[in-house]
Design a binder for this molecule. Structure first.
Ligand code: NDP
Length: 313
């Protein structure tokens, strides 16, 4: 027989755990599935200095451990490493299936599946991930201080990564596939003012070179079709994020890039009654731990009100 819960939470970043803290304190006995990356993106972050309440900063995994313990303290059932693979939101009782083959029924569902960094899709990139290829300068830049590094992308993230690395590394190459940056004016100015960031326009990475660690890149100028090789020690890919919302495609209203759009702005309500969205899965603009936590709180409060209105709670 399928397990039944009043409140099912999918995801374990700041949004999921905050939703769990609120839902469990409201007596909803939530059941949370962490997905394959328990703790989410903050688990691959080092120092977090902008999460309120930590005046001396906190490392990402420690912050997530605190949030998990706080959610557990009030009775959340946390299923670590378990992924939700399929959903059926025909309703009124929502059905989900885990990768362990379990079927779970829920009166409310809080989506907190987050987003993941996008990759270039080169086999060499995959092979050298964590050996000089990274999607997080703040996490891994430290290992390449004093070395030559590259950043790929032309948005705010790429500019921020390049700017951060320029304080650690003598030479930073920025590979931009167009002849302009998409980043905000202030970020562009920071790049152009920097004396050790070299912008390569119309440039793509053709191959990342190196056997067991990055030793260079082969770049392609997409205007002239010329190829060249550069020696360097690390490549930081900063070409955007993809929300982890594929399993909801058939049910939930999203924008063209897969971010969930809430049905009523200022709430977490989706187009499906009883299904609520929180965190980066529904936020392409702010994408901060604290905003994710805030929307996780909103989703739990919205779920509780929905249950009351339905006479379930
Ligand atoms: P964006 O989608 O804004 O930019 C992605 C960049 O990567 C673009 O320049 C894009 O090129 C390039 N790109 C995409 N795919 C490839 C590829 N396969 N090869 C090479 N280049 C590629 O993502 P961001 O993560 O930069 O930003 C996302 C959102 O977050 C934005 O709204 C941004 O403003 C915001 N943000 C704000 C920050 C701040 O205010 N401090 C910091 C970070 C992000 P092209 O232009 O050709 O499409």
């Amino acid at each position: 027989m399928a397990k039944h819960t009043k409140c099912l939470i999918i995801g374990s970043g700041p949004a999921g755990y905050t939703a769990a803290i609120y839902a469990s304190r409201a007596g909803l006995n939530p059941v949370l599935y962490t997905g394959s990356e328990p703790g989410g993106q903050l688990m691959i972050t080092t120092e977090v200095e902008n999460f309120p309440g930590y005046p001396d900063g906190v490392v990402g995994p420690a912050l997530m451990e605190d949030l998990r313990r706080q959610a557990e303290r009030f009775g959340t059932e946390i299923n670590i490493g378990v992924l939700i693979e399929k959903v059926d939101f025909t309703g009124p009782v929502h059905k989900v299936w885990t990768d362990a083959g379990e079927e779970v029924h829920a009166d409310t569902v809080i989506i907190a599946t987050g987003a993941s960094a996008k990759w270039l899709g080169l086999p060499s990139e995959q092979r050298l991930t964590n050996h000089g290829v990274s999607a997080c300068a703040v996490c891994d830049g430290f290992f390449f201080r004093g070395k030559t590094v590259a950043v790929v992308g032309g948005g705010d993230t790429a500019c921020e990564e390049a700017s951060y690395l320029s304080k650690l590394c003598p030479t930073v190459h920025l590979f931009v596939r167009k002849n302009e940056l998409r980043a905000s004016k202030i970020m562009q100015d920071r790049i152009f003012k920097s004396t050790n960031i070299t912008v390569h326009w119309n440039t793509q990475i053709d191959e990342i070179l190196g056997e067991d660690h990055v030793s260079g890149v082969r770049i392609l100028n997409n205007k002239t079709n010329e190829k060249a090789e550069l020696n360097l020690d690390a490549v930081f890919v900063a070409i955007g994020h993809k929300p982890n919302t594929d399993i909801f495609n058939d049910w939930i209203t999203m924008d063209e890039t897969g971010y969930i759009t809430v049905a009523h702005p200022g709430t977490s309500k989706t187009n499906i009654p009883g299904v609520f969205a929180s965190g980066d899965a529904a936020d392409k603009i702010y994408r901060q731990a604290v905003t994710a936590a805030g929307t996780g709180c909103m989703a739990a409060l919205d779920a509780e009100r929905y249950l009351t209105e339905m006479g379930i709670h």
